[in-house]
Design a protein around this ligand. Structure first.
Ligand SMILES: [Zn+2]
Length: 402
């Protein structure tokens, strides 16, 4: 599996200048290649040839890096063709756009980025060794360094205009699982319903538990409030709509959210692992926006910010570390059917679920994850045997410390 280490770089004044020049040339080269390819596409053909740009830039950025930039642009185009093919087959709604330039959407400026081939750099204890005898001090955690079993990929060095800092992103191929799976013999499954108020609700062997989002949500609202406040100041004082501070608030909000999600996801996957789970079954989230009746407040959150997709992706990645498989199941109908008698005559309030036919009363999200389990068993051709018990009415809700 692939993981990325991110380090902060501390170039000296002279090194900074060299990095700036190098990065500017890298971005320029990328954009020139992309421009040529876009032009050739719009005139009805497609030309992969990049000899001209290669010869022009190899002296400025080094031939290995020039190669990497061509490869990077090739990758962008290849994935564009692949998505286009899917679209032509009617598998996608939106027609994909050809690859864009390296350009900041707001400022229009080129982002500063340097690519270094995997065998062209070395991360030592304190310095990052780059071509042309560039040795830059770095700080951070080399989290995914697992000795000889990990293989380093193409390094990307970026300059962040907002914080005025340099970073290096080093992809590493890590052998997995990092933890020996406990669930090999037991083949236990965890059924998971993802949401907003209760981000994760799961059932394992009839035991239902979930996580409270209260502290995460209040943290998010705190930063949202700060953003709104600052926006109105900007508008009132000098009629502007953006500022560096504003951007840093947005970023802070997102980072804190992601951080909290990560704490929760890791806790959840560890619990699964400790209970001998070998497979996590998640509701497929493609319908979450349209199917759920959220309040206005959480609705705006789902659209603007709450990335359930991010949560699902993190569950997959962390589960992989523990040797646990993750599969998806179509979750349509999983919240509107009684798991005990199958009736659709149900009443759902904010948190509660009640069946008019058999009288089952349960926590709404608990019904969701139990039904995901049933849907999964039906997909496998088995009649559902998920226990419907008291845990559904009062699932354990855990807090995440923010
Ligand atoms: Zn019922």
């Amino acid at each position: 599996m692939r993981r990325t280490n991110t380090f902060r770089l501390f170039p000296s004044k002279e090194q900074k200048q060299r990095l700036l020049n190098l990065a500017d040339n890298c971005s320029r080269m990328y954009n020139e290649i992309n421009h040529k390819r876009r032009q050739s596409l719009f005139s009805g053909g497609f030309d992969w040839n990049t000899d001209e740009q290669y010869h022009k830039y190899k002296k400025l950025v080094g031939s290995a890096t020039a190669q990497q930039i061509i490869i990077k642009n090739n990758e962008a185009w290849k994935s564009y063709w692949a998505i286009l093919k899917k679209w032509k087959k009617g598998k996608l709604e939106k027609k994909p756009k050809p690859p864009g330039y390296w350009k900041d959407r707001e400022t229009g400026k080129r982002p500063l980025k340097i690519l270094v081939r995997c065998d062209n750099y070395k991360l030592e204890d304190r310095v990052l060794k780059l071509p042309s005898k560039l040795k830059i001090r770095w700080k951070g955690k080399n989290r995914w360094n697992r000795g000889s079993s990990s293989k380093q990929g193409r390094l990307e060095i970026t300059y962040d205009e907002l914080s005025e800092k340099w970073y290096a992103h080093m992809p590493v191929e890590v052998e997995y699982p990092l933890h020996q799976p406990k669930g090999e013999e037991e083949k236990k499954e965890a059924y998971v319903d993802l949401g907003v108020k209760v981000p994760i609700m799961a059932s394992i062997d009839g035991e239902v538990f979930g996580y409270r989002a209260n502290s995460m949500l209040s943290d998010w609202w705190y930063w949202t409030h700060k953003i709104a406040e600052h926006q109105s100041v900007l508008k009132g004082v000098n009629n502007r709509s953006t500022s560096k501070l504003l951007k840093s608030y947005y970023r802070k909000r997102r980072r804190r959210f992601r951080n909290n999600v990560n704490v929760m996801v890791r806790d959840f996957v560890e619990r699964c692992w400790n209970r001998g789970v070998s497979k996590i079954v998640c509701g497929d989230l493609r319908n979450i926006r349209s199917s759920a009746n959220f309040s206005r407040k959480s609705n705006s959150m789902i659209h603007n910010f709450w990335s359930v997709g991010y949560m699902a992706r993190r569950i997959e990645e962390v589960a992989e570390e523990y040797g646990i498989r993750v599969t998806r199941v179509d979750e349509r109908g999983t919240s509107s059917e009684c798991p005990r008698c199958g009736s659709r005559r149900v009443i759902r309030t904010k948190r509660m679920f009640r069946c008019r036919d058999c009288g089952l009363e349960a926590h709404r999200d608990a019904v969701g994850c139990i039904n995901i389990g049933l849907a999964h068993q039906r997909e496998k051709g088995k009649e559902g045997a998920e226990a419907v018990n008291r845990a559904m009415a009062r699932p354990t809700l855990l807090n995440i410390e923010v």
